[in-house]
Design a protein around this ligand. Structure first.
Ligand code: COA
Length: 176
């Protein structure tokens, strides 16, 4: 059965982020310090403020924030070229993980990307990052490649994952 246009894989029967008090919005320069802090908790090669500044200023970068009340608790950054988006960074502050926020942020990003005409979303994930891999798989991403020794901090391999984010095409056999 075709997935309805407003749904993504894994949408059914889950609480929405809004139910849980999360909301997703764009991120302003005001949050630079918080972005650096969140990243430093999980990224062995932490990004500098200058790197985040560049992302916030770049017209080809999308920076979406997960907010709880007035606090930025997570973020997702993607680079967009034509109709393709590549997720380059995605993480939540430790105490906000495992509460559905990551799923909500990813889903909202995919939903808005689809509305803006993005047809393909890709990312790289460490082979040992089972939590993230499970979330991506449940969101419809598929492994399309492996990059050997991709992460310079420990030589770990990366899995390249890809999601076809295009609107489901009308099927004349069932939609007429
Ligand atoms: C990966 C990350 C963004 C996921 O966000 P999250 O808010 O923790 O995840 P959610 O609570 O939305 O859970 C989404 C799914 O992730 C998986 N997951 C969450 N917590 C998990 C855990 N402790 N063990 C295994 N899988 C887990 C599950 O598939 C879960 O879906 P389910 O609850 O229906 O089983 C977050 O954990 C994080 O910031 N991790 C560190 C940074 C990182 O690894 N980023 C990804 C780089 S590619």
């Amino acid at each position: 059965m075709a997935t309805p246009a407003h749904k993504l894989p894994g949408d059914a029967d889950v609480e929405t982020g809004a139910d849980m008090g999360f909301h997703v919005a764009s991120v302003s320069h005001f949050w630079l310090g918080r972005l650096v802090e969140i990243d430093s908790h999980w990224n062995p090669k932490s990004w500098s403020a200058q790197l985040f500044e560049r992302e916030l200023s770049s017209r080809s970068s999308v920076v979406r924030g997960l907010f709880s009340g007035n606090d930025l608790v997570g973020y997702l950054i993607a680079h967009v070229v034509c109709n393709e988006a590549h997720i380059v960074s995605f993480g939540l502050a430790p105490k906000w993980r495992g509460m559905g926020g990551g799923r909500f942020l990813l889903r909202e990003f995919l939903r808005s990307s689809r509305l803006e005409g993005i047809t393909v979303v890709t990312l790289d994930v460490r082979v040992t990052n089972l939590r993230a891999r499970k979330l991506y798989e449940e969101s419809g991403f598929e492994v399309v490649g492996i990059r050997r020794n991709y992460y310079s901090d420990n030589g770990e391999d990366a899995l390249t994952m890809r999601l076809d984010a295009a609107e489901p095409k009308p099927n004349p056999l069932v939609d007429s």
